[in-house]
Design a protein around this ligand. Structure first.
Ligand SMILES: Nc1nc2c(c(=O)[nH]1)N[C@H]1C(S)=C(S)[C@@H](COP(=O)(O)OP(=O)(O)OC[C@H]3O[C@@H](n4cnc5c(=O)[nH]c(N)nc54)[C@H](O)[C@@H]3O)O[C@H]1N2
Ligand SMILES: Nc1nc2c(c(=O)[nH]1)N[C@H]1C(S)=C(S)[C@@H](COP(=O)(O)OP(=O)(O)OC[C@H]3O[C@@H](n4cnc5c(=O)[nH]c(N)nc54)[C@H](O)[C@@H]3O)O[C@H]1N2
Ligand code: SF4
Ligand SMILES: [Mo]
Length: 756
């Protein structure tokens, strides 16, 4: 094994940057300051109005708002809005891009913008087109758009594809997939391919269902949360409230993360002004910092300790699981030495984690991108599920598995059938609805779409939100691949780098759309914990703008492509009818049919398990043996440098800074990690010093695709051998391996050379 992986020294806060301006806990007064600055600003009225609008928070999948009011969660608890919500709203209520803007700015100039600058241009407010040979985006009328779109879609269905991002509504998602499948195309790539696909895939093969099995109510009854590969303090701030309450009632939190994230050590929540905001609340009872990509080994270690101390629940395994004895014998056959060497955590610490899990009556296992964005993401998920199953922590209130999802409606997109792995039941209902069979050709997921485009196999692409260019690794290749597609249609609220770099060969069209709180009709979304919220209709602040609702655009396009039979597309412009179709075709959504009248938001049927009976053929959970990952790092010379180059190879984790939403950067600095701008690499002091580098020095970071120069080293509480940088900027330097079963890129273990 490589020397970088073998180092066993546990980072301590003393290896942190000495920068004294770093807050010593997550959340806290910087958050309140942000609230105050924004809500008291000239735009403050609009922000408050939107916060009180009866619609779900735009930002993350934790979910809040809807019919109970903007600040209320599904359990009726108040003050459930975080600063990220304000950040997202502030960006949406920007003024419109001026009508003469594109006359003054060429595409070349627009390509010089940073992510933040692109977002700051304002809201898309009229449709534009960039045609082959032209240097500027130009305004275009709706008739021409529909004519171009109709021609672009009326081709061999396999050459048509879509990509979507999880911010749009269930109604738009359902219509998108219905239009594509009616056409005969299964090419429904989605941002979840880059995100939680391994969770969905892994959970499905074990439990027959691919989503969280824990409701908020259930989480509130747990005694212990194991939080692996998630920085909830940045990305799901309201989950932090649950962890604070858990610690207060005497429960435990085990955090597994190569980075000691300040907010996961201590968090000051504005929701508890007296007991938490001033002094902060302890979050982690135990903080383990494994080698990136090694979580399977750590969970096998926990299982081994539980087996050795006879703390496994054999009755549960026998009654409710399959393959458990294979899993146990596999765990027993792996030595402690192999386990500790692979994950870089000592046996004592692993035993401590096992002890907490064994002594907690009810445990919830939660995870996010540190677990899924790995070459062995599905095994990671299986190893977490195995740990839960051998302790009987599945299928009862207060216990279970809880993937912490990404976008605010990413799970809804999956439920609505926007996926390359369509459920059999949905396929059958759709076939009944359309009166014919659907194509059986496997569709392109996101990475497959890029490959197919690069091979010249895609002519038309429709993107419902998102930033396909910015979200994918190997930016140069993505740009080249998209450039081979003849027509790309982007439906978007705000400009992003994809609109300026992800350009099609013949024509790139941008359709400006209304967002969740502006739509002229009601819509719905689904949270990561399976709760469906109803969004009231609203109005846009953009005056004289030429925007369209996503549902209106999709239904009109579908009408022009497919006519009125067997689906009356124009009738579906009234979203009530879309909800009727959803209730008929999507399992668990029966209550959707009457939601307009009842206003009753609901938890989707068949998802939350308070009994250990699962929708698998045998009714039992099917356990899988989880192979240990092989985690070697290349040598510096493998990056094509000379033997004299002063550099160190590290496993780079790429992810989110404090104030960005995916590819959209809101603020450049990440104060809680001491990273004052975007061109920083967070490293352990020992790695830098091992090759004579120092903090604040400017270095080159090279991956297997290209390199970034002038990157500032920042020391942090990150384990030796690991480093962290921000996407989307870093996506230019690497071409990562993919999860073999669901195509998710290994964004969290990118070998890079850091050198002078
Ligand atoms: N404010 C805000 N909220 C968001 C988003 C946003 O960009 N901004 N994005 C939304 C979306 S789409 C998503 S998917 C989620 C993302 O939410 P998260 O998954 O929390 O976000 P990331 O920053 O990608 O990475 C999470 C953590 O994984 C850790 N990690 C990296 N590698 C490993 C590993 O090998 N093992 C373990 N155990 N940990 C590891 C990193 O140190 C980091 O703390 O957030 C959603 N919510
Ligand atoms: N290196 C690296 N790369 C990653 C990740 C990582 O951790 N590391 N994470 C991956 C993950 S988890 C994800 S989910 C992807 C994110 O990938 P995407 O979902 O593709 O990207 P976003 O940046 O969320 O897309 C933002 C854009 O969506 C549009 N938008 C916002 N709201 C709406 C709406 O209501 N309707 C429409 N039509 N458009 C809207 C706006 O134009 C905005 O600019 O990135 C992935 N890429
Ligand atoms: S935790 Fe997520 S859903 Fe809740 S208010 Fe914050 S961003 Fe919105
Ligand atoms: Mo995501």
């Amino acid at each position: 094994m490589d020397k970088n992986n073998q180092q066993q020294i546990q980072p301590t806060s003393s290896s942190d940057s000495q920068n004294e301006s770093i807050p010593d806990m997550g959340g806290g007064f910087p958050v309140l300051k942000y609230w105050a600055e924004n809500t008291l600003s000239p735009e403050g009225f609009k922000i408050w109005k939107t916060l009180f609008h009866k619609s779900a928070c735009l930002s993350c999948s934790w979910g809040t708002g809807g019919q109970k009011g903007g600040f209320t969660n599904e359990e009726g608890e108040k003050l459930q809005r975080c600063m990220k919500s304000v950040e997202a709203i502030a960006s949406e209520i920007q003024p419109a891009i001026k009508t003469n803007f594109f006359e003054q700015r060429s595409i070349k100039e627009l390509q010089q913008l940073t992510s933040r600058e692109a977002d700051r241009l304002g809201r898309w407010s009229f449709p534009v087109i960039l045609s082959q040979g032209s240097s500027h985006y130009q305004r275009i009328g709706w008739d021409e758009i529909y004519q171009l779109a109709e021609t672009a879609f009326k081709i061999t269905p396999e050459r048509v594809a879509s990509y979507s991002s999880g911010r749009s509504s269930n109604e738009a998602a359902f219509l998108l997939q219905l239009m594509m499948r009616t056409l005969g195309s299964n090419n429904l790539a989605d941002c979840s391919d880059l995100c939680h696909a391994p969770s969905t895939f892994g959970l499905k093969q074990i439990f027959g269902t691919g989503t969280s099995m824990v409701s908020l109510k259930s989480l509130q009854q747990t005694d212990c949360v194991v939080l692996a590969g998630s920085n909830a303090s940045y990305n799901h701030p309201r989950l932090m409230n649950e962890l604070i309450k858990l610690r207060e009632r005497g429960g435990k939190v085990i955090v597994i993360n190569p980075v000691k994230e300040r907010g996961l050590v201590k968090f000051a929540s504005p929701a508890f002004p007296i007991k938490s905001l001033l002094t902060g609340s302890e979050i982690a009872s135990l903080y383990l910092q494994p080698i990136p990509g090694s979580d399977v080994a750590l969970f096998i270690g926990i299982q081994k300790s539980l087996i050795e101390h006879q703390k496994i629940n054999r009755e549960f395994l026998q009654a409710y699981t399959e393959n458990w004895s294979e899993v146990i014998s596999d765990v027993c056959s792996i030595s402690w030495e192999t386990i500790t060497e692979t994950c870089g955590i000592s046996q004592i610490e692993i035993e401590a984690a096992a002890d907490i899990i064994a002594s907690s009556p009810k445990v919830v296992f939660a995870w996010a991108m540190g677990i899924t964005q790995q070459q062995n993401g599905v095994d990671n998920v299986s190893s977490i599920a195995n740990t839960a199953l051998i302790t009987g922590n599945v299928g009862r209130l207060g216990a279970g598995l809880m993937p912490v999802r990404g976008h605010s409606n990413v799970q809804g997109f999956g439920s609505m059938g926007v996926t390359v792995r369509l459920k059999k039941e949905i396929q059958q209902s759709l076939e009944k609805l359309l009166g014919r069979s659907l194509s059986r050709l496997p569709g392109y997921d996101t990475q497959a779409l890029i490959e197919a485009a690069d091979e010249g196999k895609v002519d038309t692409l429709i993107c419902v939100g998102g930033n396909l260019y910015g979200a994918n690794p190997n930016s140069q290749k993505v740009k080249r691949a998209l450039g081979k597609i003849k027509t790309i249609i982007y439906l978007a609220t705000k400009p992003n780098l994809g609109h300026f770099h992800g350009l099609a060969q013949r024509q790139t069209i941008i359709i400006p759309v209304l967002n969740r709180f502006e739509n002229p009709h009601k819509t719905t979304v689904e949270s990561g914990n399976n709760f469906v919220r109803l969004n009231d209709q609203g109005q846009t602040h953009l005056k004289n703008a030429d925007l369209i609702a996503e549902v209106d655009f999709l239904t009109e396009l579908a009408y022009r492509l497919h006519g009125e039979h067997p689906v009356n597309w124009r009738k579906l412009q009234d979203t009530k009818y879309v909800r009727e179709l959803i209730s008929q075709t999507i399992p668990g959504f029966e209550k959707m049919a009457n939601i307009d009248e009842t206003k009753e938001e609901f938890t989707i049927g068949g998802r939350i398990f308070n009994q250990p009976h699962f929708p698998t053929p045998s009714g039992k959970a099917v356990m899988f043996v989880t192979p240990l990952p092989q985690l070697t790092l290349p040598q510096p010379q493998d990056f094509g440098v000379t033997n004299y180059t002063r550099g160190v190879v590290v496993a780079l984790m790429t992810g989110r800074s404090y104030a960005q939403h995916n590819t959209v950067v809101y603020q450049v600095k990440d104060p809680y990690r001491g990273m004052s701008h975007r061109n920083c690499i967070l490293m352990n002091r020992l790695d830098a010093e091992s090759v004579g580098l120092q903090e604040h020095q400017r270095v080159t970071v090279r991956g297997n695709a290209s390199q970034l120069e002038n990157i500032e080293i920042i020391y942090g509480a990150i384990r030796p051998g690991a480093a962290l940088m921000f996407y989307p900027e870093v996506n230019v330097i690497f071409n990562p391996p993919k999860e073999s079963r669901c195509g998710t890129p290994a964004f969290k273990r990118v070998p890079v050379l850091v050198y002078l």
